[in-house]
Design a protein around this ligand. Sequence first.
Ligand code: GDP
Ligand code: MG
Length: 170
Amino acid sequence: MEEDYVFKIVVIGDSAVGKTQLLGRFTRDEFFLDSKSTIGIEFQTRTVDIARRRVKAQIWDTAGQERYRAVTSAYYRGALGAMLVYDVTRRHTFDHAARWVDELRAHADKSIVVMLIGNKADLAARAVAADEAAGFAEEQGLFFSEASALSGENVERAFLRLLEEIHANV
Ligand code: GDP
Ligand code: MG
């Protein structure tokens, strides 16, 4: 069946925070134990029902380009949503979220819907409290969720929430 909408979503955030695994979890319900940097795959898709419409999420992966400012404006072009991912066990990946927000403000559409994701919530060695991240998200006008690509916890919910918020905007 034809979809009613195609929503481009970009996944951003520092290296090794779990961007590729989150994408794999949402689009194929898979987690690869040996995840090397993504080579050659630009985006993956999954079609879901949102408010009785068929919505194809076209989700772009940085493919190893996550060095600050190496992500080009072409990557952001036409994106209606962004997943900004940090790793709850590595403090600096959260501290860098503000830079990623700056990148979005510089290159993405003003109306882009952004979800901040604290990934690897399955791990005990936590370096960022959920409350602090929620506060930052509120300040910046982002949605927020912790998640685990490994266990799958909250992954589906976070992507669907992002798609719903985009849909509410179109
Ligand atoms: P990317 O560079 O942001 O795309 O990160 P990857 O998706 O390649 O993941 C980086 C590393 O973190 C890999 O070793 C993954 O197996 C691991 N990883 C990703 N997501 C999770 C998660 O939710 N929990 C745990 N424990 N490890 C994860
Ligand atoms: Mg990757």
